[in-house]
Design a binder for this molecule. Sequence first.
Ligand code: F6R
Length: 605
Amino acid sequence: MCGIVGYTGAESAAPVLLRALKRLEYRGYDSAGVATVYAGEVVVRKDAGRVDEINARLKLESMPGTVGIAHTRWATHGAPTAQNAHPHTDCSGRIAIVHNGVIENYLALKKELLDLDHSLASRTDSEVVAHLVEEYLRRGEQLEQAFRKALQRLEGSYAVALVSSLSPEKILAARREAPLIIGAGKGFNMVASDITALIEMTKEMVFLHDGDMAVLTGSGYRILRIDTGEVVERPVKVVELTVEMAEKQGYPHFMLKEIFEQPETLRNSLRLQIEYVDLLAELLDRGRTVFLIGAGTSYNACVAGSYLFSQIARLPTLPVIASEFIPNYGASIGVDTVILAVSQSGETADVLSALEYARMRACTILGITNTVGSTLTRVSRAYVLQNSGPEIGVAATKTFTSQVLVLAKIALRLARLRGKIAQYEIDEFNSWLERVPQTVAEALTMVNEPVRRLAERIAESRVVFILGRGVSYSTALEGRLKIMELSYIPCITYPAGESKHGPISVIEGGVPVIFVAPPDEYRKQNIGSIMEMKARGAYTVVVGDASDQELKQLADYYIEMPKIHPLLSPTTYTIPFQLLAYYTALAKGHDPDKPRNLAKSITVP
Ligand code: F6R
């Protein structure tokens, strides 16, 4: 969950590392630090807090040396203190490491190291790596070999980078179940947890595989397998992202920029390589049982997907929260099970462990992800890239709408393949689908101001209800997640028909109840539910079609939406909720880009 980066070359390392750290902050921002090698010594500066604050205090930017590593942390083991901040050093101070992941056997390793007279300064799992390397050095190994031997002792997940005064020009790095990429430059080389940290410096990237270790200098790099030491080649990929793409482009926050760039990202998502979509459709069609798995927002997209697959392609599927997949379905899956995993990062630990389990049982694994070279792309039999571009805001926005659109596109290909709906229906749905980017652009213009006003009211609320029926249940789920994670206001969501089975007892005067009510076959039932809530004094907000006069009359506050095929409505009806979450967070004085206690990529189980 942390971000790591390393630089070796001719330039001063610290300024490069600092700029990269800023871009990695979305992976965690509890503490940060830098280690450089200079005049035969390892220099470390680190503290609790955000990169800018620490830089102002400790002048990270002016650290000397042309080789260095840096880290921004999202605490897993040990509180977010200066002591627990990375880089961590060995007893001699000749080795510094940064680590992302979880060393599962660190307690056993720590005990062993303490018995061997190492003294450990932090409460992290990561620090053992530096001391293990030191231990193998003590036993006579050279640095590279000592690093490799240390890695062989680790259980769990890691992306790790090391610098040492013993090899002042080198960075050693390795990965297992956590992403790590080499950025290959002219006269320098870098390594980082993701592309965003590298694109300012180079477009040439090498995606390391699980079990790879790399040795970088300013003039080249070598990749070898941790277990055998065998040297391996990995292809260089040219990643066509500009630095601007990863920056705010004039918006006050990444989240707002990402909300407003959805017409463009959705257009990119429609440019899928159709042969992969077809392959996915074919493989989905062969399954006896089909699961859609994801976590958080990606799970909400899976819920939308299950309605799309059922209603467009007549294929029943089960949406499952990734962490519940093994407990609930693990015992019943096998060779005729197909799993379509949806994950923006392609690195979410809960998703990957479900897939690993399913792979061992010969299930077919398919993926939708936003991340080229991610672990999901490697474990999938076939995958499609959603093409949303990097998402820096911690809360997912543009990646959700793209995921739903990609799922709709797959559903449509499946419908063709299965021949269960008429050609005219397919054509009609297709033309709605192709228009989604335009519809989203209209929605952004229509809802921004009304939602900004509504946010003032919502910011005063102690609880918010968000209800929907049919595919709008997925919109409600995503609306709830956005508002909760950014405004910290508890939200209640369930399919609207459930009110009378219990939750309505929470309703009292003034409680906001937001209905997601596109013009679909549930309109009448929605009207019934709105009346039910109004009768109990709720403040009813309805998100519905601009032309629906009856709903407009009924609601205390109405958000007008453009026309869209109801089954595609999650792509568009989610927009007011994204904006509502954003403006409510601002009204409450929260940073919408960095919600408390959260990180962008959850690479620990
Ligand atoms: C919420 C959010 C998270 C992620 C979840 C899964 O706004 O961003 O809930 O959706 O952690 O992440 P991915 O899609 O990378 O697997």
